[in-house]
Write a protein that binds this ligand. Structure first.
Ligand SMILES: [Zn+2]
Ligand SMILES: [Zn+2]
Length: 340
């Protein structure tokens, strides 16, 4: 089969490799769509602290497809079912798993990061990781379940007040999902902070009430001019030190600042504790997608959130090396990859 194989920093090759074998509790999936994620870019760039992908791993952890074959002990799915995949397999037995915080599992297996994933024609996946979906949902939309599941964990941690005001900084795919989730959580006013005009427009069409261009602008003043009262929640979806600073700056009294955007591992931010004290700000972060996968799929299947308008293109796997190495391409929006 054809697959995108990671060899090491800045080296990913499209190759013919053997179609994977399945164990008795696995299913073989014909992959139909696999999203390109910031994590793939970190792995491609050899960033320290990103998921440890051994050489010769097939990357791709946001995918969906149809079950071709099921192992002898698989009972919940069978050939012909269409499924999406939670890539994070927990051991269920370590102290973290047994304490209900399995996303810190000591023996976590990452499909598409530590073992072979979805930038391939086929992928073997344990039954425990697959979620079936109905005929009305496309594989392209279902492939977005993983990023949505990560956003749901983040939104859960934000404790948005019904009727409250939420600011979302950065309106790439993640920010646009966060805006929709904040609306569903009952936010009365949502502010989008985003320098690119087309993304601001998208933010407004997906539920933001106010969109601010931060370039050359005093964001707190712009918010005051727009009549924004106390911002109770700020969700930073960029992962840059400057935008984390902006998040703390625009956070209101008794607020939560969610640092959702992934920074470079060695980045540091300067924060004045006095400002946190004065405004009683709680700083939070969110790690992967514990126990949120079925809710993410339910939201996508019900049409309650739009996961299509932020997809820039569905591209053949041959384009993957260019997408991973060219930030200009990625700035256009989310890419989904098809193979074969
Ligand atoms: Zn991802
Ligand atoms: Zn565990």
């Amino acid at each position: 089969m054809k697959a995108a194989v990671f060899y090491g920093k800045h080296d990913i090759r499209i190759e013919e490799i053997p179609t994977p074998e399945i164990g008795e509790r696995d299913v073989l999936i014909r992959v139909r769509a696999c999203g390109v994620c910031g994590t793939d870019v970190h792995i491609f760039n050899g960033d320290e602290g990103a998921a440890k992908s051994p050489p010769h791993t097939v990357l791709g952890h946001e995918f969906s497809g149809e079950v071709i074959r099921a192992g002898a002990k698989v009972s919940g799915v069978s050939a012909g079912d269409r499924v999406c995949v939670d890539p994070n397999k927990l051991c269920g037995q370590c102290d973290y798993c047994r304490s209900g915080i399995g996303h810190f599992c000591e023996h976590m297996v990452g499909i598409g990061t530590t073992v072979d994933g979805g930038f391939a024609e086929y992928c073997a996946v344990p039954e425990s990781q697959v979620y079936k979906f109905g005929p009305e949902l496309t594989c392209e939309k279902a492939a977005m379940t993983e990023p949505v599941s990560c956003c749901i964990h983040g939104i859960d941690l934000c404790e948005i007040e019904c009727g409250g005001t939420v600011a979302v900084i950065g309106c790439g795919m993640i920010g646009l999902i966060m805006i929709q989730l904040a609306r569903l959580r009952g936010a009365a006013k949502i502010i989008a902070v985003e320098p690119v005009e087309s993304k601001r427009k998208q933010a407004l069409s997906l539920g933001a009430d106010v969109a601010v261009n931060p370039t050359g602008c005093d964001v707190p003043k712009a918010l005051a001019a727009a009549g924004v009262q106390r911002v109770g929640t700020v969700i930073e979806c960029v992962g840059k030190t400057g935008t984390i600073g902006t998040a703390v700056e625009i956070a209101g009294r008794h607020s939560i600042v969610m640092m959702f955007g992934l920074t470079a591992p060695a980045d540091t931010v300067q924060i004045r504790p006095f400002e946190l004290f004065k405004k009683e700000i709680t700083l939070k972060a969110s790690y992967i997608n514990p126990y949120t996968f079925s809710r993410a799929l339910a939201l996508i299947e019900s049409g309650k959130i739009d996961v299509s308008s932020m997809v820039h293109a569905v591209a053949p796997v041959e384009k993957l090396p260019a997408i991973l190495s060219d930030p200009g391409l990625r700035a256009k929006g989310k890419y989904l990859i098809t193979c074969g």
